[in-house]
Design a protein around this ligand. Structure first.
Ligand SMILES: [Zn+2]
Ligand SMILES: [Zn+2]
Length: 573
């Protein structure tokens, strides 16, 4: 056991919260109450529905328990005794957990009149909890199984100091304001339509602009690095997926269909398609590495309960590539992909990332030896690049280990984006070959990699990272043109035409609102520039420029603005 002091604090807070709930709602049955990354929760089975007002009452009671400084006391009990204890208290869920435990004794923790089944460790006494806050109530099935009773989960958080708690709560407020679902609606970027199927995204014209800009970026950057663009069909016969192992190891995420009485699969991944292209001809060692890139749309079944805006969907497009190389080229290719990720990250304005290395899962294909080789190729590459990483044990794909590079946004939240998987298994299953320098057949290694990952999720991350204030190169509308009066509309129209001709994305607001109101509207929509034109500007072929976040920039020559904007776009500022 190596809980951090913060985890111990939070888990102790969960005990205190459970005591308060037990006192305020007699008859409640306790589930579990672990510390989590953002705080802690506790699951309760109780007949009445908890309300936000209840949370306040629970907090008040917790304050008293904290003030009374009750000691946390650990006790070891023989299993039978513990069963009796919790049975008498009517804690059927605890009884269930104890019954599942494979140990002669179990430990319990007491403080005041509260007893919980627990491994510990805990704080010394309740008075050490200085800063906590109950946050929300959610439904949660006991042990996450849908046929089990639905419990009420109280999410809460705790920190070592009031200052850290306040910062966290402020961050949480800011995150709510940046929710990509809210921003996507306000900026008219995309929608999801329950009536057409949950988890499928519809891009509106402005959202489509941002997406196509990201796609253009990807096509250019991949081509620069020796990737060749390919396209593959969205459905393929089941045989292909039997060979790849997907029907065995990925079945629950796949959609099946029939054509001419034959079984087909809607692609959940692009790998087998790219393999077919690789396998079409004899490949020499001189051709390697072969790098196929695709903006590949995939369809994966996700439970309806986990669908979430653009982040968890049932159909999405990956910036997917497969690199076929020799064993000698492997590490070099991995390192190039890592460089690609960090370069793209910088272009999109992300300054920080967290790296994880995921190892062999229980259900997987391939030999131990190949898994070892693949894992050390990934790990050595990270080490040689001098990058810090965490090990995510057993979280690799069924065909190989992987590196995940998670971007940290403006609020320090992590976003799953880049993945690099090393795979010896699929080349073997598809009997891939190349001819080496001595004319002998050899098996290539495969790297599966995405740089931004799912374009849908990446758009969600971008929206929340920038709070919809996109940099100029990504903004769907780069400048809003506003004529001062009706008479200024012809010149405003000329400015618009000139800017469009220069390749800029602009709109003209000639609505009947007042000038102040139109400027305000354009500011709310977070366009990088607002261009105001009146008779004075018309006479001198100038514009009055306002820059987002900086306000009035004064008058500027129209051509000068175009040049400045182009530089800003090139530099991705
Ligand atoms: Zn505990
Ligand atoms: Zn793949």
């Amino acid at each position: 056991m190596n809980e951090t002091s913060l985890e111990i604090l939070r888990h102790s807070a969960a005990h205190i919260m459970a005591q308060a709930v037990q006192e305020l709602f007699p008859g409640v049955k306790l589930g579990i109450g672990p510390a989590i990354e953002s705080g802690f929760y506790y699951d309760f089975d109780l007949p009445e529905k908890l309300t936000p007002e209840d949370l306040l009452k629970i907090e008040t009671r917790m304050e008293q328990i904290i003030k009374e400084q009750h000691k946390f006391i650990r006790q070891e009990l023989p299993k039978a005794e513990a069963l009796k204890l919790f049975d008498e208290r009517g804690e059927k869920y605890k009884v269930e957990i104890i019954n599942d435990l494979d140990a002669p004794t179990v430990s319990i923790y007491k403080h005041d009149k509260f007893i919980d089944l627990c491994r510990g460790p805990h704080l010394e006494h309740t008075g050490q909890l200085k800063a906590f806050k109950l946050l929300s109530i959610a439904g949660a099935y006991w042990r996450g199984i849908e046929t089990n009773p639905m419990m009420q989960r109280i999410y809460a958080t705790a920190f070592e100091s009031k200052k850290e708690l306040d910062d966290y709560l402020k961050n949480l407020e800011e995150a709510k304001k940046r929710d990509h679902r809210k921003l996507g609606k306000e900026l008219d970027l995309f929608s999801l339509h329950e009536e057409a199927g949950a988890g499928f995204v519809y891009y509106h014209p402005k959202g489509a602009i941002v997406r196509s800009l990201i796609e253009d970026f990807l096509k250019k950057e991949n081509a620069k690095r020796g990737y060749e663009l390919v396209y593959i069909p969205h459905i393929a016969k089941i045989d292909l997926w039997n060979t790849s192992g997907h029907t065995n190891y990925y079945r629950e995420n796949m959609y099946f269909m029939k054509i001419d009485e034959q079984d087909y699969v809607v692609k959940p991944m692009n790998c087998p398609g790219h393999i077919l292209i690789f396998n079409r001809k004899t490949i020499s060692y001189r051709d390697l590495p072969v790098r196929y890139f695709e903006l590949g749309t995939v369809y994966r079944y996700e439970k309806s309960g986990v669908l979430h805006g653009l982040l968890r969907v049932r159909g999405f497009t990956q910036d997917d590539a497969h690199i076929f190389c020799s064993g000698e080229q492997l590490k070099d290719e991995i390192k190039k992909v890592i460089d690609f990720v960090f370069s793209a990250m910088k272009d999109f304005g992300f300054a920080d990332a967290a790296i994880e290395l995921s190892t062999r899962p229980k259900d997987s294909i391939g030999s131990d030896e190949d898994w070892d080789k693949a894992t050390s190729a990934l790990e050595d590459s990270l080490k040689e690049k001098g990058l810090e990483y965490e090990i995510n044990s057993g979280d690799g794909a069924f065909y190989g280990p992987k590196i995940d590079i998670k971007l940290k946004d403006a609020l320090k939240r992590k976003w799953q984006c880049a993945t690099i998987q090393c795979d010896f298994a699929l080349p073997a299953r598809f009997d891939l070959k190349y001819i080496d320098s001595e004319g002998k057949e050899k098996q290539p290694v495969m790297l599966h990699r995405v740089i931004l990952g799912s374009l849908e999720r990446f758009l969600g991350a971008l929206l929340e990272h920038y709070a919809a204030a996109f940099p100029l190169w990504l903004a769907p509308v780069q400048a809003m043109i506003i004529p001062v009066r009706k008479e200024d509309e012809p010149y405003a129209g000329q400015v618009k035409e000139r800017l469009i001709l220069a390749g800029l994305r602009v709109e003209l607001d000639a609505s009947n609102e007042t000038l102040t109101k139109r400027i305000r509207n354009a500011e709310v929509e977070k366009h990088p520039y607002i261009i105001v034109v009146g008779s004075k500007e018309a006479k001198e072929n100038k514009i009055a420029l306002r820059k987002r976040g900086l306000g009035d920039q004064g008058q500027i020559d129209l051509e000068e603005f175009i040049n400045k904007a182009k530089i800003e776009i090139t530099n991705k500022q």
